[in-house]
Design a protein around this ligand. Structure first.
Ligand code: ADP
Length: 260
């Protein structure tokens, strides 16, 4: 991962963290968390970086399930939380701090203060990169988070579908408002390869993300297929890059990791 100059705000850096990178999407359900999890594990395992993953999707935290972490973080003597580690990635999520079935209906300021705690009152212990899984959308919450987290850049995840890409456009504009550079557009669910005949089907359309990237002057990386194993591995808490390291999907993640 390159070093990015930070222009966006006067917030202090997060202690012990070199680069903070948001993984964002305009629309929910496009696989943002799936990408964030698999990319962070790839950056740690294949690129040998020290990686953290902050689940800022406070209304629907999915990192604990996808990373198979369920224990509450321990606290140091100076009252810093110790992130919970699995697959060589140090994780922090609101899902680790509240009961699984607790309904989280916090409003803006409380969400922000929880996020401040989960990012700054944590003993990250020296990271090259902290990935932040931002809640979907392009509203005030996402804008404020982008400012508070001292972001170096953002990755936008989208499917090739028009509605997702329109929202991805909005995301790009939102980050430019706070002068956060968009590092890459990542296309997820690009195609489905039939397990019987091997023929690819472009369920969400073809070349949509390529066109959007070109229009917006962004670089597209990814073309991550939609497939049953990825969905299963998310549900089971074993990222696909761990359960099937030599698969096409894992190779796609490795390519993305080398190009962000
Ligand atoms: P988001 O964070 O954008 O809301 P998630 O990462 O939670 O989306 O993914 C939504 C659902 O889609 C999850 O059940 C996940 O397992 C599944 N999913 C995401 N990407 C893929 C993929 N490439 N192939 C199959 N299932 C996927």
């Amino acid at each position: 991962v390159r070093s990015y100059s930070v222009l966006n705000n006067d917030q202090p850096r997060i202690n012990g963290v070199k680069e903070v990178i948001a993984v964002a999407s305009g629309k929910g359900g496009v696989g943002k968390s799936t990408v964030a999890v698999n990319l962070s594990v790839t950056l740690a395992n294949k690129c040998r970086l020290k990686v953290g993953l902050l689940d800022a999707d406070v209304h629907g935290p999915s990192v604990p399930t996808m990373m198979n972490i369920h224990q509450k973080p321990e606290v140091t003597r100076d009252m810093k939380m110790i992130p919970v580690e699995n697959y060589e990635v140090k994780c922090m999520s609101l899902g680790l701090l509240v009961d699984r079935d607790a309904q989280i209906v916090w409003r803006g300021p409380i969400v922000m203060s929880a996020l401040q705690k989960m990012s700054r009152e944590v003993n990250w212990g020296g990271l090259d990169i902290l990935e932040v899984d931002i809640p979907p959308g392009t509203g005030d919450a996402q804008l404020t988070m982008s400012q508070k987290l001292h972001l170096s850049g953002a990755l936008i995840v989208s499917t090739p579908q028009d509605v997702a890409l329109i929202d991805a456009h909005r995301g790009v504009r939102m980050f430019s408002k706070v002068q956060v550079p968009i590092l890459r557009l990542i296309e997820n669910m690009s195609y489905f390869k039939c397990p019987h005949c091997g023929e690819p089907s472009f369920i969400f359309g073809e070349d949509g993300a390529q066109k959007t990237a070109a229009e917006m002057g962004l670089q597209l990386v990814g073309e991550i297929p939609i497939e049953v194993d990825t969905r299963k591995s998310c549900d089971e808490g074993i990222p696909i890059v761990v359960s099937a390291p030599d698969s096409v999907v894992s190779k796609a993640y490795h390519y993305v990791a080398q190009n962000v």
